[in-house]
Design a protein around this ligand. Structure first.
Ligand code: NAD
Length: 472
């Protein structure tokens, strides 16, 4: 079958098979890792008015039970289908392995266009979907833990938590049944921003390897780099603000209804304000509209960040991509055929399985918080500050020098929850990239970051299965 005809799931399987050939695991074990363990399709009625019902089609796929709970977001989109959810669930397995969070992969999808529903209608759909998951034991802090994805956010996660709690009265760890909750509902600070911020930490680290950047004709460092972002949603917006704050120039932004550009650079916060006021990014002051949303992908830039949906960079438009780095904030934005073309053009593709793993990393932190019932830093912040102050007082006494009050408060400050979350996220993104890069340089036949990421993930999942004693 020609690569452009491959479905999303078949594309993920093709990447897996290519990488699997470079490992030494048995065909049986590889078969077990590749296959989706459980696929649950549901159709349920939701009543919206006196005589108005709709039958909603939805899915939850648990790709791998090598570790439990399984974990993965819930997507609301009218393009949701079984193949897509299976692909996204499989990517979650490899992603969790890469960032060493102890989960198997899963994903959920509800086939609706959320823009066509009022909030109270979305609430009914979300609560009924959760009830369906509870009925089949497809949700729970130790079973399967959803999170936000395309078309969902903290609001939907709060509804899921509330529905699950109502159906499981007295379950003390109920808050661990879902992540991405509002902070007031047991969420963790920094989760909303985590996917976009993780993309930033990852790319900043990629850019720090001067020798790799030299091959691409780029200098190291984020400052002054030109960036194009497709999709100003959760992943894209927080990614854009992180790059903007670090001195990169956001030269174009694409949304579903069109794209805008400015060679002088766009301020993503201003674009978002304009979008809130006018319901579109188009005609934002200080920018010009491009002919189409797709034009932004081909815009001259150093870093292209697809942060919307899968299959955006294809065999058709890949030859015209001008970016030197493609940072896959979205899942599956590059087809296998496009990947080949980009490789031949010398473009570095930083793959989704690594690039957007900041979301699940901070979801893991939130899950730990939910199970421990205590805010990160609560027990240590004041103790740290007292220790730092006593060290500082000793140094001041011994040297006869003293700091200003402002310098003093900076030096003694103990870590808040957000500091710890961001520090854990940054550390995770740096370590995971170094591990993937090391595999790329040390494994014969591996010449892209995606293949290296898959080889590493397959090895880690395989070890898990072997340690369970199921496979030799
Ligand atoms: P979102 O719903 O918050 O935002 C998506 C944005 O893309 C929206 O603003 C939408 O209007 C826009 N969009 C849709 N079609 C477009 C098109 N053709 N061109 C340009 N823009 C378009 O979704 P999100 O959570 O940011 O997810 C985006 C991608 O990131 C998905 O692939 C998702 O799987 C991936 N991802 C998200 C998370 C997370 O924590 N939210 C984590 C990992 C991966």
């Amino acid at each position: 079958m020609s690569e452009s005809k491959l479905s999303f799931f078949q594309t993920v399987v093709a990447f897996f098979d290519e990488a699997a050939r470079l490992t030494s695991h048995s065909p049986l074990l590889l078969h077990q890792i590749r296959a989706c363990n459980s696929v649950y399709e549901m159709n349920f009625p939701v009543k919206f008015g006196k005589d108005r019902y709709e039958i909603i089609n939805a899915f939850r796929v648990q790709h791998s039970h090598h570790k439990v709970p399984v974990k993965g977001g819930i997507r609301y989109s009218e393009m949701v289908n079984e193949d897509e959810v299976k692909a996204l669930a499989a990517l979650m397995t490899y992603k969790c392995a890469l960032v060493e969070v102890p989960y198997g992969g899963a994903k959920g999808g509800v086939r609706i266009e959320p823009r066509n529903y009022e909030p109270d209608q979305l609430e009914r759909i979300t609560r009924r979907y959760t009830t369906e998951l509870v009925k089949k034991n497809f949700i729970g802090p130790g079973i399967d833990v959803p999170a936000p994805d395309y078309g969902t956010g903290a609001r939907e996660m709060a509804w899921i938590f509330d529905t699950y709690s109502a159906l499981n009265p007295g379950q003390i760890d109920a808050a661990g049944c879902v992540t991405g909750k509002p902070v007031e509902q047991g969420g963790v600070r920094g989760r909303t921003e985590a996917t976009g911020r993780g993309v930033f930490y990852g790319i900043r680290h990629v850019l720090s390897y001067a020798e790799d950047m030299k091959k691409l004709g780029l200098s190291s460092g984020v400052e002054g780099k030109t960036v194009v972002i497709q999709g100003l949603g959760n992943a894209g917006y927080h990614c854009a603000t992180s790059f903007y704050d670090a001195g990169a120039k956001i030269v174009a932004i694409a949304e579903y209804d069109g794209a805008i550009a400015s060679p002088a650079g766009l301020d993503p916060r201003e674009v978002q304000e304009h979008r809130k006021a006018t319901e579109s990014i188009l005609n934002c002051p200080g920018s010009q509209n491009l002919n189409s949303s797709q034009d932004a992908l081909e815009y001259e830039c150093d870093i292209l960040i697809p942060a919307a949906l899968e299959r955006q960079i294809t065999g058709e438009n890949a030859p015209r991509i001008k970016a030197k780095i493609v940072a896959e904030a979205a899942n599956g934005p590059t087809t296998a055929e496009a990947e080949q073309i980009l490789y031949q053009k010398g473009v570095m593709v930083v793959p989704d399985v690594y690039m957007n793993a900041g979301g699940v990393t901070v979801s893991y932190f939130e899950w730990l918080k939910s199970l421990s019932h205590v805010r990160f830093g609560r027990l240590s912040k004041r103790f740290e500050e007292a220790s730092n102050l006593s060290i500082l007082n000793t140094v001041e006494r011994l040297t006869g020098q003293s700091l200003s009050d402002e310098e003093k408060s900076q030096v003694i400050r103990g870590a808040d929850e957000i500091d710890l979350v961001n520090s854990g996220l940054e550390d995770t993104m740096i370590n995971a990239y170094d591990n993937i890069r090391e595999v790329m340089h040390s494994t014969e036949g591996v010449d892209t970051l995606r293949m290296a990421a898959f080889v590493l993930a397959i090895d880690r999942v395989a070890i898990s299965y072997m340690q369970l004693g199921i496979f030799p």
